[in-house]
Design a protein. Structure first.
Length: 319
Protein backbone atom coordinates (compact mmCIF):
# COMPACT_ATOMS: atom_id res chain seq x y z
CA UNK A 1 0.00 0.00 0.00
CA UNK A 2 2.82 2.40 0.90
CA UNK A 3 4.48 1.67 -2.43
CA UNK A 4 1.24 2.40 -4.25
CA UNK A 5 0.77 5.71 -2.41
CA UNK A 6 4.37 6.65 -3.16
CA UNK A 7 3.93 5.80 -6.84
CA UNK A 8 0.80 7.96 -7.05
CA UNK A 9 2.61 10.84 -5.34
CA UNK A 10 5.50 10.57 -7.79
CA UNK A 11 3.08 10.53 -10.73
CA UNK A 12 1.28 13.65 -9.53
CA UNK A 13 4.59 15.38 -8.92
CA UNK A 14 5.64 14.61 -12.48
CA UNK A 15 2.36 16.01 -13.82
CA UNK A 16 2.77 19.17 -11.78
CA UNK A 17 6.31 19.62 -13.01
CA UNK A 18 5.29 19.10 -16.64
CA UNK A 19 2.49 21.65 -16.26
CA UNK A 20 4.96 24.21 -14.92
CA UNK A 21 7.22 23.83 -17.95
CA UNK A 22 4.38 23.56 -20.48
CA UNK A 23 4.59 24.19 -23.36
CA UNK A 24 8.14 23.04 -24.07
CA UNK A 25 7.57 22.07 -27.72
CA UNK A 26 5.16 22.82 -30.62
CA UNK A 27 1.48 21.96 -30.15
CA UNK A 28 -0.67 20.08 -32.65
CA UNK A 29 -4.18 21.47 -33.27
CA UNK A 30 -6.35 18.90 -35.05
CA UNK A 31 -9.25 19.89 -37.30
CA UNK A 32 -11.56 17.08 -38.44
CA UNK A 33 -12.46 18.76 -41.74
CA UNK A 34 -10.59 19.76 -44.93
CA UNK A 35 -8.70 23.04 -45.34
CA UNK A 36 -10.76 26.04 -46.36
CA UNK A 37 -13.86 25.36 -44.27
CA UNK A 38 -15.14 27.24 -41.26
CA UNK A 39 -13.53 24.98 -38.66
CA UNK A 40 -10.18 25.17 -40.45
CA UNK A 41 -10.34 28.96 -40.70
CA UNK A 42 -11.29 29.33 -37.03
CA UNK A 43 -8.49 26.97 -35.99
CA UNK A 44 -5.87 28.92 -37.94
CA UNK A 45 -6.97 32.27 -36.55
CA UNK A 46 -6.86 30.91 -33.01
CA UNK A 47 -3.59 29.03 -33.57
CA UNK A 48 -1.72 32.17 -34.61
CA UNK A 49 -2.83 34.26 -31.63
CA UNK A 50 -2.75 31.44 -29.06
CA UNK A 51 0.73 30.44 -30.19
CA UNK A 52 1.94 33.96 -29.46
CA UNK A 53 0.33 33.88 -26.02
CA UNK A 54 1.90 30.51 -25.17
CA UNK A 55 5.24 31.27 -26.75
CA UNK A 56 5.13 28.14 -28.90
CA UNK A 57 4.23 27.23 -32.48
CA UNK A 58 0.78 25.68 -32.94
CA UNK A 59 0.56 23.51 -36.05
CA UNK A 60 -2.90 22.94 -37.54
CA UNK A 61 -3.41 19.42 -38.88
CA UNK A 62 -6.44 18.60 -41.02
CA UNK A 63 -7.58 15.00 -40.54
CA UNK A 64 -10.82 14.81 -42.50
CA UNK A 65 -13.20 12.04 -43.52
CA UNK A 66 -16.30 10.16 -42.40
CA UNK A 67 -18.20 13.25 -41.31
CA UNK A 68 -15.38 14.37 -39.05
CA UNK A 69 -15.20 11.14 -37.07
CA UNK A 70 -11.66 10.20 -38.17
CA UNK A 71 -9.98 13.38 -37.01
CA UNK A 72 -12.08 13.57 -33.86
CA UNK A 73 -11.11 10.02 -32.92
CA UNK A 74 -7.44 10.81 -33.50
CA UNK A 75 -7.67 13.76 -31.13
CA UNK A 76 -9.66 11.79 -28.56
CA UNK A 77 -7.04 9.06 -28.34
CA UNK A 78 -3.97 11.33 -28.39
CA UNK A 79 -1.69 11.54 -25.37
CA UNK A 80 -3.30 13.78 -22.71
CA UNK A 81 -0.22 15.94 -22.26
CA UNK A 82 -1.42 19.25 -23.68
CA UNK A 83 0.48 18.86 -26.94
CA UNK A 84 -2.62 17.82 -28.87
CA UNK A 85 -5.61 20.14 -28.97
CA UNK A 86 -8.75 19.93 -31.07
CA UNK A 87 -11.30 22.30 -32.62
CA UNK A 88 -14.74 20.74 -32.29
CA UNK A 89 -18.05 21.70 -33.90
CA UNK A 90 -21.75 20.81 -33.62
CA UNK A 91 -20.99 17.90 -35.95
CA UNK A 92 -18.12 16.37 -33.98
CA UNK A 93 -19.78 16.95 -30.59
CA UNK A 94 -23.48 16.81 -31.41
CA UNK A 95 -24.98 15.48 -34.62
CA UNK A 96 -22.49 12.62 -35.09
CA UNK A 97 -23.64 11.12 -31.81
CA UNK A 98 -27.21 11.36 -33.04
CA UNK A 99 -26.87 9.84 -36.50
CA UNK A 100 -24.05 7.27 -36.38
CA UNK A 101 -24.88 3.86 -34.87
CA UNK A 102 -21.39 3.73 -33.35
CA UNK A 103 -18.58 6.24 -33.00
CA UNK A 104 -14.84 5.66 -32.46
CA UNK A 105 -14.93 8.25 -29.67
CA UNK A 106 -17.20 9.56 -26.92
CA UNK A 107 -17.63 13.36 -27.23
CA UNK A 108 -18.07 13.75 -23.47
CA UNK A 109 -15.89 11.09 -21.86
CA UNK A 110 -12.95 11.35 -24.28
CA UNK A 111 -12.53 15.13 -24.23
CA UNK A 112 -11.74 17.88 -21.75
CA UNK A 113 -13.46 21.16 -22.74
CA UNK A 114 -11.08 24.12 -22.81
CA UNK A 115 -13.00 27.08 -24.27
CA UNK A 116 -15.97 27.96 -26.49
CA UNK A 117 -14.25 29.95 -29.23
CA UNK A 118 -17.23 31.50 -30.99
CA UNK A 119 -20.67 31.08 -32.52
CA UNK A 120 -22.68 31.98 -35.60
CA UNK A 121 -26.30 31.34 -36.53
CA UNK A 122 -27.42 29.46 -39.58
CA UNK A 123 -29.31 31.40 -42.22
CA UNK A 124 -32.63 30.24 -43.64
CA UNK A 125 -32.09 30.85 -47.35
CA UNK A 126 -34.72 30.66 -50.09
CA UNK A 127 -34.29 30.33 -53.82
CA UNK A 128 -35.06 33.51 -55.78
CA UNK A 129 -37.54 31.39 -57.75
CA UNK A 130 -39.47 30.43 -54.59
CA UNK A 131 -42.52 32.56 -53.86
CA UNK A 132 -41.85 32.73 -50.10
CA UNK A 133 -40.62 36.12 -48.91
CA UNK A 134 -40.73 35.27 -45.20
CA UNK A 135 -40.72 32.33 -42.81
CA UNK A 136 -44.51 32.63 -42.54
CA UNK A 137 -44.78 32.45 -46.33
CA UNK A 138 -42.60 29.32 -46.40
CA UNK A 139 -44.68 27.59 -43.74
CA UNK A 140 -47.91 28.53 -45.52
CA UNK A 141 -46.60 27.19 -48.84
CA UNK A 142 -45.49 23.93 -47.23
CA UNK A 143 -48.86 23.44 -45.55
CA UNK A 144 -50.67 24.16 -48.82
CA UNK A 145 -48.54 21.63 -50.72
CA UNK A 146 -47.49 18.86 -48.29
CA UNK A 147 -44.35 17.04 -49.39
CA UNK A 148 -43.87 19.21 -52.47
CA UNK A 149 -41.51 21.82 -51.02
CA UNK A 150 -37.88 20.68 -51.06
CA UNK A 151 -34.97 21.74 -48.87
CA UNK A 152 -31.30 21.02 -49.49
CA UNK A 153 -28.56 19.85 -47.15
CA UNK A 154 -24.84 19.03 -47.38
CA UNK A 155 -25.77 15.37 -47.02
CA UNK A 156 -27.77 12.86 -45.01
CA UNK A 157 -27.06 13.32 -41.30
CA UNK A 158 -25.24 16.62 -41.79
CA UNK A 159 -25.77 19.52 -39.41
CA UNK A 160 -27.99 21.46 -41.80
CA UNK A 161 -30.03 18.33 -42.46
CA UNK A 162 -30.82 18.11 -38.77
CA UNK A 163 -31.45 21.84 -38.54
CA UNK A 164 -33.91 21.41 -41.40
CA UNK A 165 -35.65 18.55 -39.63
CA UNK A 166 -35.81 20.53 -36.39
CA UNK A 167 -37.43 23.39 -38.29
CA UNK A 168 -39.94 21.10 -40.02
CA UNK A 169 -40.82 19.44 -36.73
CA UNK A 170 -41.30 22.67 -34.80
CA UNK A 171 -43.14 24.39 -37.68
CA UNK A 172 -45.42 21.38 -38.19
CA UNK A 173 -44.76 21.07 -41.93
CA UNK A 174 -44.24 18.16 -44.30
CA UNK A 175 -41.30 18.92 -46.61
CA UNK A 176 -38.86 16.81 -48.63
CA UNK A 177 -35.19 16.61 -47.77
CA UNK A 178 -32.79 16.58 -50.73
CA UNK A 179 -29.24 15.60 -49.65
CA UNK A 180 -26.23 16.70 -51.69
CA UNK A 181 -22.55 15.81 -51.55
CA UNK A 182 -21.39 19.04 -49.97
CA UNK A 183 -22.46 22.66 -49.78
CA UNK A 184 -21.42 23.76 -53.29
CA UNK A 185 -23.86 21.56 -55.28
CA UNK A 186 -26.62 22.26 -52.78
CA UNK A 187 -26.12 26.00 -53.19
CA UNK A 188 -25.97 25.69 -56.98
CA UNK A 189 -29.36 23.96 -57.09
CA UNK A 190 -30.84 26.45 -54.63
CA UNK A 191 -29.78 29.35 -56.85
CA UNK A 192 -31.14 27.52 -59.91
CA UNK A 193 -34.49 26.93 -58.20
CA UNK A 194 -34.31 23.12 -58.18
CA UNK A 195 -34.81 23.21 -54.41
CA UNK A 196 -36.76 25.85 -52.50
CA UNK A 197 -34.71 26.50 -49.36
CA UNK A 198 -31.78 25.48 -47.19
CA UNK A 199 -30.01 26.34 -43.97
CA UNK A 200 -26.41 27.49 -44.30
CA UNK A 201 -23.73 29.23 -42.27
CA UNK A 202 -21.49 32.26 -42.84
CA UNK A 203 -19.89 30.56 -45.85
CA UNK A 204 -23.02 31.56 -47.78
CA UNK A 205 -22.71 35.27 -47.02
CA UNK A 206 -21.33 35.95 -50.51
CA UNK A 207 -24.45 34.54 -52.15
CA UNK A 208 -26.69 36.48 -49.77
CA UNK A 209 -24.92 39.80 -50.26
CA UNK A 210 -24.72 39.16 -54.00
CA UNK A 211 -28.49 38.73 -54.19
CA UNK A 212 -28.27 35.17 -55.49
CA UNK A 213 -30.42 33.79 -52.66
CA UNK A 214 -33.02 35.33 -50.35
CA UNK A 215 -32.33 35.52 -46.60
CA UNK A 216 -35.57 34.87 -44.70
CA UNK A 217 -34.32 34.57 -41.12
CA UNK A 218 -31.46 33.55 -38.84
CA UNK A 219 -31.66 30.57 -36.51
CA UNK A 220 -30.22 31.98 -33.27
CA UNK A 221 -32.40 33.06 -30.35
CA UNK A 222 -31.39 36.68 -30.84
CA UNK A 223 -30.79 38.67 -33.99
CA UNK A 224 -27.40 38.52 -35.67
CA UNK A 225 -25.16 41.58 -35.66
CA UNK A 226 -24.26 40.92 -39.31
CA UNK A 227 -27.91 41.41 -40.35
CA UNK A 228 -29.57 43.23 -37.44
CA UNK A 229 -32.73 43.92 -39.45
CA UNK A 230 -33.30 40.25 -40.33
CA UNK A 231 -35.67 38.45 -37.92
CA UNK A 232 -34.96 35.20 -36.15
CA UNK A 233 -36.88 32.03 -36.97
CA UNK A 234 -38.24 32.17 -33.43
CA UNK A 235 -39.85 35.57 -33.89
CA UNK A 236 -41.12 34.59 -37.35
CA UNK A 237 -43.66 31.97 -36.35
CA UNK A 238 -41.60 29.16 -34.76
CA UNK A 239 -41.25 30.20 -31.09
CA UNK A 240 -38.24 28.79 -29.23
CA UNK A 241 -36.32 27.80 -32.34
CA UNK A 242 -32.57 27.91 -31.67
CA UNK A 243 -29.76 26.34 -33.70
CA UNK A 244 -26.24 27.69 -34.04
CA UNK A 245 -22.91 26.64 -35.38
CA UNK A 246 -19.94 26.97 -33.05
CA UNK A 247 -16.26 26.20 -32.61
CA UNK A 248 -14.84 24.82 -29.38
CA UNK A 249 -11.30 24.16 -28.18
CA UNK A 250 -10.82 20.73 -26.58
CA UNK A 251 -8.01 18.59 -25.19
CA UNK A 252 -7.98 14.80 -24.73
CA UNK A 253 -9.56 13.66 -21.47
CA UNK A 254 -7.00 13.27 -18.72
CA UNK A 255 -4.99 16.34 -19.70
CA UNK A 256 -3.73 17.89 -16.42
CA UNK A 257 -6.02 20.57 -15.02
CA UNK A 258 -3.09 22.96 -14.70
CA UNK A 259 -2.52 22.68 -18.45
CA UNK A 260 -6.23 23.11 -19.21
CA UNK A 261 -6.36 26.20 -17.00
CA UNK A 262 -3.27 27.68 -18.63
CA UNK A 263 -4.50 27.08 -22.18
CA UNK A 264 -7.93 28.45 -21.25
CA UNK A 265 -6.41 31.66 -19.86
CA UNK A 266 -4.11 32.12 -22.84
CA UNK A 267 -6.89 31.30 -25.33
CA UNK A 268 -9.16 33.89 -23.75
CA UNK A 269 -6.34 36.41 -24.05
CA UNK A 270 -5.78 35.35 -27.66
CA UNK A 271 -9.41 36.12 -28.55
CA UNK A 272 -8.86 39.71 -27.45
CA UNK A 273 -5.88 40.37 -29.72
CA UNK A 274 -6.51 42.66 -32.72
CA UNK A 275 -5.53 39.92 -35.17
CA UNK A 276 -8.01 37.41 -33.72
CA UNK A 277 -10.79 39.99 -33.47
CA UNK A 278 -10.32 40.95 -37.11
CA UNK A 279 -10.05 37.34 -38.27
CA UNK A 280 -13.21 36.18 -36.54
CA UNK A 281 -15.08 39.30 -37.66
CA UNK A 282 -14.21 38.42 -41.25
CA UNK A 283 -15.59 34.93 -40.61
CA UNK A 284 -18.75 36.50 -39.12
CA UNK A 285 -18.09 34.55 -35.93
CA UNK A 286 -18.96 36.19 -32.63
CA UNK A 287 -16.24 35.30 -30.10
CA UNK A 288 -17.37 33.88 -26.76
CA UNK A 289 -14.50 32.64 -24.59
CA UNK A 290 -15.02 32.03 -20.89
CA UNK A 291 -14.40 29.06 -18.62
CA UNK A 292 -14.33 25.40 -19.77
CA UNK A 293 -17.80 24.77 -18.34
CA UNK A 294 -19.30 27.17 -20.93
CA UNK A 295 -18.18 24.76 -23.65
CA UNK A 296 -19.22 21.71 -21.61
CA UNK A 297 -22.75 23.13 -21.34
CA UNK A 298 -22.87 23.79 -25.09
CA UNK A 299 -21.87 20.19 -25.83
CA UNK A 300 -24.60 18.82 -23.54
CA UNK A 301 -27.18 21.06 -25.21
CA UNK A 302 -26.10 19.97 -28.69
CA UNK A 303 -26.24 16.27 -27.88
CA UNK A 304 -29.66 16.54 -26.23
CA UNK A 305 -31.10 18.53 -29.14
CA UNK A 306 -29.78 16.44 -32.01
CA UNK A 307 -30.26 13.02 -30.44
CA UNK A 308 -33.85 14.00 -29.78
CA UNK A 309 -34.59 15.20 -33.31
CA UNK A 310 -32.74 12.27 -34.94
CA UNK A 311 -34.87 9.80 -32.99
CA UNK A 312 -38.07 11.68 -33.68
CA UNK A 313 -37.38 11.93 -37.44
CA UNK A 314 -35.66 8.52 -37.71
CA UNK A 315 -32.37 9.86 -39.08
CA UNK A 316 -29.47 7.38 -39.14
CA UNK A 317 -26.36 6.91 -41.25
CA UNK A 318 -25.76 3.32 -42.33
CA UNK A 319 -22.23 2.07 -41.76
Amino acid sequence: MRRFVAAVAIAFSALAASAQTYPAKPIQLIVAFPPGGGADAAARILAASLGEQLGQTIVVENVSGAGGTIGTAKAAHAAPDGYTLFVGTPSTHGTNVAVYPTLPYDPVKDFAPVMLIGTSPFMLLASPAFEAKSVQDLIAAAKAKPGQINYASYGNGSINHLVGELFASMAGIDVTHVPYKGSAPAMADLIAGRVQYTFDGPAALGQVKGGKVRLLAVTSRTRWSVFPDVPTVGESGVPGFDAITWFGLFAPAGTPKAVIDLVNAKANAALQTPAAKEGFAQLSVEVVGGAPDVLAKQVRTEIDTWVGIARKRNIRISE
